[in-house]
Design a protein around this ligand. Sequence first.
Ligand SMILES: Cc1ncc(COP(=O)(O)O)c(C=O)c1O
Length: 428
Amino acid sequence: MAAPAKLIAIIASLSLSLYSLYLLTNRRRAISHSKHKTLITTHNNNKPKRNGIVGAIGNTPLIRINSLSDATGCEILAKAEFLNPGGSVKDRVAVKIIEEALESGQLLKGGVVTEGSAGSTAISLATVAPAYGCKCHVVIPDDAAIEKSEILEALGATVERVRPVSITHKDHFVNIARRRALEANKLALQDINQTDTKNVTNTNGYSSDKGQQGAIVSSEHKGGFFADQFENLANYRAHYEGTGPEIWEQTGGKLHAFIAAAGTGGTVAGVSRFLKEKDPGIKCFLVDPPGSGLFNKVTRGVMYTKEEAEGKRLKNPFDTITEGIGINRLTENFKMAQLDGAFKGTDIEAVEMSRFLLKNDGLFIGSSSAMNCVGAVRLARLLGPGHTVVTILCDSGMRHLSKFCNPEYLSQHGLTPSAKALEFLDCR
Ligand SMILES: Cc1ncc(COP(=O)(O)O)c(C=O)c1O
């Protein structure tokens, strides 16, 4: 009897151990499952909700461009600004311009924001204006791609296509846009006078322009505001308060250099000022397309010869395929930049770079972004391996289908890409 009793005892103790093991394993599984669940839940809860379209602007990802980083031995990082709701870096600027104008009382809800722009800023203004209860009127040169005015109209903006003339001409599209805001204000003032409303004090910051007739802007008499992206420092502040701090946070302050091309100069100005205030050792550079005077300004202190000054030429002074960058006058925004140096970039380099990034990284970017990446590689090579260089991907190739991303157009201009790798950057 002793042997079976012993056997039973052994079996019982074995079963108990197995049962305990089973319980333990299941508990671990349960804990691990619930941990995983918690992680997922926490992750979801931590994703901040964005407040409307305006809240969805900014906080763009900082992407490591693997191909360029591997090729240079540097970390080449780029802000994916093409992911903003309006498709470009200019969304930040549009928001800042409108918000500052509303705060100062220069723009009223229901008023019209006017801008002379053939590009991204107009699209961004048209995108965000309705979120502020405002309208948007855009004046563009009639040689700008037709898709641009179609997009603007689809967004609800009114569009005026005008003959391209020099910036010094009163009918340059920027000058007409300024005038349209004045005309809208004139209408608003007439309204105020007619209703004799003594308590209404808003004049939107402008006096009526008696010399201008035939306003085509109807703002339902709430007045107008000229966005003026080149001279309005709200542009610079959008980057000083937004893009710059985001780059600093996303890199943990561990970056050595920043580089971008300039149109209005808002991006290089805002980002360079912010980064230099954080760490004066961060090198800030400009990359400049053909036809622009900024390279000379940064490297030699002189922008142009007298003959080249903007306004002395009859039409478009630029000889570049890149859009939105390059300029021959010193804007208030650019004056805020703190730059250590500049590089020149060519059209073929920008085209080749865009194809290289598409092939190697799956990045489909526009012409100014491609020029920025040309600059980033130049700067990385200047600094040497082991450095972190940040740049901007301003918009996507989707905005450039008819020219920069059109093989026929490129072939007509002798810009057909043929490089196998980055050898095109050594050909100068
Ligand atoms: C597509 C694109 N990239 C770059 C820029 C240049 O940026 P910024 O005006 O801040 O110098 C512009 C300006 O209009 C632009 O439209």
